[in-house]
Design a binder for this molecule. Structure first.
Ligand SMILES: [Zn+2]
Length: 72
C-alpha cells in the first residue's frame, strides 16, 4: 500500500460517488447563489463541504468507526 492512498470513486447516482476503500460519499450540489457547484462529503457521522472551505478528506480505509483510538 502506498503512502498516499487515493479514493477509489465509483458512481452511485447522479452527482454522487462513493469510495470503495474508505466508504466516503461525495455529493455534488448546485450552488443556489451562483453557477458554481459545491461538494459535500460524508462518512459515518462526519461531513465536510466546500462551502465552509473544506478540502477532500483523506482516504482512510483502515479507520474503523467503532474504534476510538483518540482516547487519552
Ligand atoms: Zn477513500
Amino acid at each position: 500500500m502506498t503512502a498516499a492512498t487515493r479514493h477509489r470513486w465509483a458512481e452511485v447516482g447522479s452527482h454522487r460517488k462513493r469510495c470503495g476503500a474508505c466508504d466516503l460519499l461525495a455529493i455534488r450540489r448546485p450552488n443556489p447563489y451562483g453557477r458554481q457547484w459545491w461538494t459535500e462529503w460524508t462518512r459515518g457521522e462526519q461531513s465536510w463541504n466546500t462551502l465552509q472551505g473544506d478540502k477532500t478528506p483523506p482516504c482512510q480505509p483502515e479507520q474503523h468507526p467503532d474504534r476510538e483510538d483518540n482516547q487519552p
